[in-house]
Design a binder for this molecule. Sequence first.
Ligand SMILES: CC(C)(COP(=O)(O)OP(=O)(O)OC[C@H]1O[C@@H](n2cnc3c(N)ncnc32)[C@H](O)[C@@H]1OP(=O)(O)O)[C@@H](O)C(=O)NCCC(=O)NCCS
Length: 276
Amino acid sequence: MSEIRALEGHEQTAIAGMTFPAYRPLLGTSGAVVVAAYAGMVPIGAAIASLGGMAEALSIYVAPSQRGQGLAARLLTALEDALRRHGVEAVQATYVAGKPTTPQLEATLDRCGWDAPVIRMLVFKADLARMAGAGWVERAELGPEFEFVPWEPGTRPQGDWWPDDLDPARHEADMDLATSRGLRLDGELVGWVINHRIDAVTLRVSAGYVRPDLQMRGRMLGLYAEAGRLASEQGIERLTWTVPIWHPAKAAFARRWMAPFADMQESRGTGKQLST
Ligand SMILES: CC(C)(COP(=O)(O)OP(=O)(O)OC[C@H]1O[C@@H](n2cnc3c(N)ncnc32)[C@H](O)[C@@H]1OP(=O)(O)O)[C@@H](O)C(=O)NCCC(=O)NCCS
């Protein structure tokens, strides 16, 4: 029978191979809560959460040879107990669905009493060359009254017409200068696309927006198409981007026009109240 225990401080790094690379720097810091399953001295599964603001369950993993025995539910229960010991009253989680073990993950969340998952984002991955062949990309030309300018960090548009989650200020850290652009109309900033390099050949389109009164007639697409052209010049081969479901027009557009040229997955969110 395996034993499950909370890992503290430096010993958390022992399970670094059981989570995503992006979360490994968190291990061993005061912001991480980690529980692990052991068969003797050997770790066979782990669950990780972050503290601070709203606590978030980040990952759960069971070694392939140990799957199918309900270990995930024991790990998740132990993670919840560890969070309670830190005084956490509620925890949330977001995950990308469509993976081979998503049914097991969702059954585990359900068994442990988490809320029914809801779709949060559409997550796209696309081959840039294939995307460039989409008819709407070829047609996405902006009129001569529009001008693309390199994005200067710190630039702020006038007014308050953009949604908070697409505010340039939230996305400028470590942005890719070669492909991020502002869109001007008669000298005034009316849109932007801000991107991040994931690796040598992959670019994430992190935030794109055009002033609402200009959104018709494919202006947003013109901005994306420009970013795609610049990315291609930089040797980028793959694009990733997300479309939040709370921008319904964007989500409907993305399902209809982007999904045929890209791999589309859903990210889903759930949570659990831990206090009684
Ligand atoms: C997801 C994961 C942690 C599950 O671990 P596990 O201990 O093998 O889980 P189990 O096989 O015991 O299954 C858990 C539940 O899924 C159910 N289940 C198994 N196969 C299923 C299927 N095809 N459809 C629906 N439910 C299924 C089980 O019956 C069980 O539910 P129950 O407790 O109500 O009976 C494991 O598969 C894993 O490490 N996957 C890779 C990492 C990952 O994707 N993690 C999630 C994102 S961070």
